[in-house]
Design a protein around this ligand. Sequence first.
Ligand SMILES: C[S@@+](CC[C@H](N)C(=O)[O-])C[C@H]1O[C@@H](n2cnc3c(N)ncnc32)[C@H](O)[C@@H]1O
Length: 230
Amino acid sequence: MAVTLDPRLSLVASFVRQGSVVADIGTDHAYLPVYLVQTGRCPRAVASDLRMGPLQNAKQTVAEHGLCDKIDTVLSDGLDALDAHCADDVVLAGMGGILIAELLSRAAWLRDPTVRVIAQPMSHAEDVRLWLYENGFSIDREACAFDKHHGYAAIAAHYTGETAAITPALPYGGLLFEEKDEAAARYLERQKQRLEKRRNALLQAGTDPAETARLTAILNDFERRNHPTC
Ligand SMILES: C[S@@+](CC[C@H](N)C(=O)[O-])C[C@H]1O[C@@H](n2cnc3c(N)ncnc32)[C@H](O)[C@@H]1O
């Protein structure tokens, strides 16, 4: 039976390059790699997870779909136990942004221009973008999917060795600032509202002027990006 993906994982799947070997880090049930191999987008895959329970789920899904010869399952903290260059496209989806950034920082072989990194953070997406910008990666593509009113960003990047100029709001929206679709606009609006809420609470409390100023600079940059002529 064919695996179907929810809108969030469908978006992530669409970022995986046709013909690439994919590694799915934090795979849990391995729905993504099974889908990618089943649909012929990827000839092979590695499905890895930190914990034995999720890895057993992955093994079961892979076996049920008769893909044991095409999908390897690996117990691994991030990419630590994976062979360097075992994949062309590396997916880190469904985890927090701070964790994703940390896992990326530990895998030196990702600093190869031919490797595509695909991140789908559930929170703190700004930490992932910031890590990529500060560590010589170029963000090539971003898009959002909404599911049950929650917006998820997917980010595809590759290593160039060049660091980008980072304005205050850039980590909060990345390439989505250049997207004109409704999902990107909704995602950015929510980011802005979240920042405004925090800034206003701090303003009222008067407890942390440095953080208040930082948030204000980010919000001003959001405004500039929304109204570039101002
Ligand atoms: C919410 S699930 C996401 C599953 C799937 N990637 C998705 O997007 O639907 C998060 C998974 O990440 C795994 N995980 C958490 N920390 C990890 C780490 N350091 N290395 C590898 N996997 C990790 C968890 O065990 C869990 O199975």
